[in-house]
Write a protein that binds this ligand. Structure first.
Ligand code: ADP
Ligand code: MG
Length: 238
């Protein structure tokens, strides 16, 4: 289970209206991509979904349940950032297991889930290393592993590949697509890369200045863009 409904979500910082009434329905297991120019509110929207920011107005529902009173750690959500945000003094294994430890899981459960995730991500040879001894791509896999071990029903990715070079971006994108197939979890993924959007998404949400311009399948948006903004963003290579 991992459906999401956003209803009339608004968010202001001071007198700046960053999100101006977002409505969205995400089905359980869907891969949904948010695209839009820098500053249009993509990260803010993810943070509102995760509970890291409160909406100024509107409702977030996860599996039909309104979550305004549910703290981030209890929403069944795991977030992966562009900057991997790993702890430098902890090994890969401990970085991956830390969230579970803080949640009070037993060592047996932590070990079993870390082993499963590290096998999935080919991280087994690196479990005893520290992040500084790993490449950028490997670090991002650790950050993804740290999300997987929590067995979330909803993954939020905020431009996870943008610090990687072109070859690694392709490889990691394919890995994420494979994880989506295996885990059958709902994934919401922010990118400004057209290829990522077109290849990963079941559904693309085009955002502009805090509003949704269009929602549709990659082919819908490509063939029937609602307006020039969408056509410019999706239709032509960047
Ligand atoms: P995107 O991820 O699409 O690039 P963001 O959601 O990060 O955009 O930011 C949207 C706008 O909201 C930007 O103008 C940014 O400066 C502003 N903003 C984001 N977070 C905060 C904050 N905590 N305080 C004030 N302004 C913010
Ligand atoms: Mg952002």
């Amino acid at each position: 289970m991992g459906s999401l409904q956003l209803q009339s979500i608004r968010k202001s910082f001071g007198n700046q209206d960053v999100l101006k009434g977002i409505d969205l329905d995400v089905k359980d297991g869907e891969f949904v991509i948010f695209v839009g120019p820098s500053g249009c509110g993509k990260s803010t929207l993810l943070r509102v979904i995760a509970g890291l920011e409160d909406a100024s107005y509107g409702t977030v529902r996860i599996d039909g349940k309104e979550v305004s009173a549910v703290p981030p750690a209890k929403r069944g959500i795991a977030m992966v950032f562009q900057s991997y945000a790993l702890y430098p003094h902890l090994t890969v294994k401990d970085n991956m297991g830390l969230g579970l430890k803080q949640a009070g899981e037993s060592k047996a459960v932590i070990d079993q889930r870390v082993a499963k995730a590290s096998a999935m991500l080919s991280l087994d040879p690196y479990l005893a290393r520290r992040p500084s001894e790993m490449s950028g791509g490997q670090r991002q896999r650790v950050a993804i592993g740290r999300a997987i071990v929590r067995e979330p029903k909803l993954f939020l990715f905020d431009e996870p590949l943008s610090n990687l070079d072109a070859a690694l971006r392709v490889q990691t994108r394919l890995e994420i697509a494979g994880l989506h197939r295996r885990l059958k979890a709902t994934m919401i993924y922010v990118t400004h890369d057209q290829v990522e959007a077109m290849t990963l998404a079941d559904k693309i949400v085009v955002l502009n200045a805090g509003q949704v311009e269009q929602v549709g399948s990659p082919m819908d948006l490509y063939n029937k863009p609602a307006n020039l903004f969408v056509a410019g963003f999706i239709g032509s290579p960047q």
